[in-house]
Design a protein around this ligand. Sequence first.
Ligand code: HDE
Length: 701
Amino acid sequence: MAEQKDAKHEQLEAARVEAGEGYLTTQQGVRVDHTDDSLSAGQRGPTLLEDFHAREKITHFDHERIPERVVHARGAGAYGYFQAYDDSLADHTTAEFLTSGEQIPVFVRFSTVAGSRGSADTVRDVRGFATKFYTRQGNYDLVGNNMPVFFIQDGIKFPDFVHAVKPEPDNEIPQAQSAHDTFWDFVSLQPETLHMVLWLMSDRALPRSYRMMQGFGVHTFRLVNARGEGTFVKFHWKPLLGTHSLLWDECQKIAGKDPDFNRRDLWDCIDSGQFPEWELGVQLVPESDEHSFDFDLLDATKIIPEEQVPVRPVGRMVLNRNPENFFAETEQIAFHTANVVPGIDFTNDPLLQARNFSYLDTQLIRLGGPNFAQIPVNRPIAEVQHNQRDGYGQQKIHKGRTSYFKNSIGGGCPAIADSDVFSHYTERVDGRKIRERSESFRDFYSQATLFWNSMSEVEREHIVSAFRFELGKVVDKEIRARTVTELNHVDHELAARVAEGIGVRTPAAEATPNHGRSSPALSQLNAPVNKLDTRKVAVLVADGTDAVGAQRLVDELTKKGVIVELLAPAEGELRPGASGGGPLSADRQLNTMASVLYDAVAVPCGPDAARTLSGDGYAVHFVAEAYKHAKPVAGFGSGLDVLRKAGVTERIAEGEQVTRDHGVVTSTAAEQSLPGEFFDTFADVIAEHRAWDRKTDSVPA
Ligand code: HDE
């Protein structure tokens, strides 16, 4: 594939080192002749302190680790570009990257929040969605999440919140999970968390892929134009592939089968040229409308419903390049909400204000000093000139005698520019010093209710069972009961359904009447994006699979953008079936994979293969589990025997015509007579992702 080069990419080239070239040396460039044995006094004698090579090697190793991020420790990142569609935002902002139409290099890091660096990807959690734009006017960081609100309103509560959700301090259990007493203790005592907790219990917390996640700036920011006028703005990322999720049962299994599931998916897709893409949208609110909502724009526990202020598309982002070195790039990237460029400014959102302090502060300990902006991935492509000097890890040799302003000795340089500078929005502020939450921040329930009201029944079922699962892990019954009391302010039915599952008394009556409003844009399932690009399909094969039919299946689906893998009891070339064709080769050994790692499963014709697979518990379980998870399942000819063995029987119609029943696509035809319609129907079903109307409660898997 043609290499994408942009200004950031070229800058990074200077820091890249080819592996494997030249001779092995010490850090000082001295060639070594031996790196397998320490220098010792005799063959069986003590190691000598004099062995500078061994000491240097071990010392460096001892210092390889840096502190992991206190939150968002586990992540995956990629480079790409952002491109504004046009200059239509020029009336609102002087930020060039939002109006120039040029490709602006970016680095995006996706993350989970609670877990350690080595935790599993598919935990129930918020996902970070942080973007660094390397713009001509300096670096701009949009450090967002995949949910549009947050747990708390004021940053001073952040240490409390994080201490509550992280593993409990006495035994450091549980890892990367909110299903424990301290988290729910906090939630039940801090009602402002409720709106976000509903998002956390929803499917949004279980993304199918980082490529299929929305992103949100969360806070209300401010755009500032050339006349110094401000407009409130909320940022939204919308994935082209739609927003899709896993089921909780899948997540738990994937955490064991492939803890790198989301990370691997991002890497593999970029590697194979299937570049993920998002559209950036903005909700704009004139300053004059600041007080025209029934919530406060400065309250990060609130959304602006899209039906009230539509999201206006302004540009697109494509991720097209994987990093070369995880540590150097993905680990060392340092985001900061205060990294803004001319034309973008803050508001007085007290959560944002705290973040503007925290991110710089945290990098000092994480990256070991004040020069982390010189690390290749963090360097702006804009010219950097300042009088900051020295400090740990200084990489620059600043020439000259002056590092102060004003100066005459250095010719007055660096000078103050008179154009394209960042000037703070001249907001008028006036107030007494107080510790007090604004009255306008006091409504904790309406938007949680709005979210609940906007869900489809399937999404509601998922939310209820998430609450039951999480609260079911809470040992202290008081905490369970208190949480249900809080939920009763959101919706009585929700509280009752949760209470029923966790042995808590159902509240007698609703605490707060449901306002009945909804916002359709909040549901993933009410208006799904049906696309099959990059969906992953497992085709189960064995010796005797009819190679012609199986190959047709692979070719037809691949042509439509689906990723197809052949799974067999053993890897390698398969013995062809009676109808010839082939040779067919398995991509993977069945028992190294699992249905939860795929979006759909198909079993082609071939009597011998069908016999083998029907007698292989692993293959049968594979199909049954996919069926249970409402995934598309397809089979033709004798392949249907495997489906029957897996309990799919009632969805299989007899006859060669192609039938489609609750996401199950079948035909008794063998490959020669299989109608082409089979592939199109299967593709349609894959594009719909899940057959939610399939009832599978009784399916064991
Ligand atoms: Fe963060 N957050 N945060 N956060 N956050 C960090 O910065 C913090 C918040 C978010 O991929 C830390 O470099 C405070 C909201 C992302 O490197 C730290 C508060 C949102 C990432 C920090 C918040 C986020 C972080 C940890 C409340 C969504 C990962 C390491 C006032 C809009 C960035 C680091 C990456 C990381 C502090 C709340 C998103 C400690 C004090 C709200 C995506 O500085």
